[in-house]
Design a protein around this ligand. Sequence first.
Ligand SMILES: NC(=O)c1ccc[n+]([C@@H]2O[C@H](COP(=O)([O-])OP(=O)(O)OC[C@H]3O[C@@H](n4cnc5c(N)ncnc54)[C@H](O)[C@@H]3O)[C@@H](O)[C@H]2O)c1
Length: 266
Amino acid sequence: VDPVPPTIDDRQRTYVVSGSASGIGRATVDYLEAAGGRVIGVDLHDADVCADLSTATGRTQAVEDVRGLVRDGVIDGVVSCAGASAAASSRLILAVNFFGATALLDGLRNSMNPAGNAGAVAVASASTHHPVDHRLVRQCLQAGEDAVLGGTAVSGAEAYVASKVALVRWVRANAPSEAWAGRGLSLNAVSPALVQTPMMEQGMASEENRERLLARYPMVLHGIAEPGAVASLIGYLVGGENSHVTGQNIYVDGGSEAVVRGDVRW
Ligand SMILES: NC(=O)c1ccc[n+]([C@@H]2O[C@H](COP(=O)([O-])OP(=O)(O)OC[C@H]3O[C@@H](n4cnc5c(N)ncnc54)[C@H](O)[C@@H]3O)[C@@H](O)[C@H]2O)c1
């Protein structure tokens, strides 16, 4: 057994973060930059690459524009954080949270550095351990986007959970593959519960919703999180120190998953 951890080289690392203009994405940019990295932000507005990840053309443009900005041609980390909330239309939610996220991760994979512990993270949600429409999840994973978006008549809340469960399943299925692990690239999901961002404030706008969310996510450790709590975990996963964590969905949820699911399932 070699007790020496892999060497992290001192070349500046380059990262791509979607959803960089706000909330968890913004905090992740700050974290990675503070650690000395160079970050290319992707968002609808206020970003290095302004692109709409809900459309096929927007995703293609995002991947091309990012590649154009990567000076030495190599990306060390990709973070898919852009997301539409449960208040959006089910069509938009599935388009951004599942199809947009997976297209960005897949599209940039070939530009990722096969050395230096490069990795990708998909921001999912602690809602993934709550009941889900498995049929819709399977459709996301198996049917084409047009078929799924054309035929769905579920609520925004149902689409949100299904989009995130499909995203985690996609991570689980792809992480061990030749394309990811075989090329030295980690691929993980992180699942926050309630994080103080514009998206969460929108979700808690009414007292009724606030009560419902606080009951659904019993965050017994430190309560509602600041975005930096998620950013630092993402930073570890993509930052060069992570040599062996892959294929995981890691909850950053103040213990709510442990409270809800108990000690039997994890
Ligand atoms: N805040 C929470 O409590 C919470 C909990 C669980 C999961 N999440 C997830 O974390 C991620 C970040 O959420 P946040 O709370 O920081 O929200 P936020 O609203 O503050 O930020 C989301 C960002 O995504 C961008 N975005 C949305 N649609 C886009 C599109 N079509 N193309 C490009 N960019 C787009 C927005 O412009 C925004 O800057 C999301 O995926 C969300 O589902 C958040």
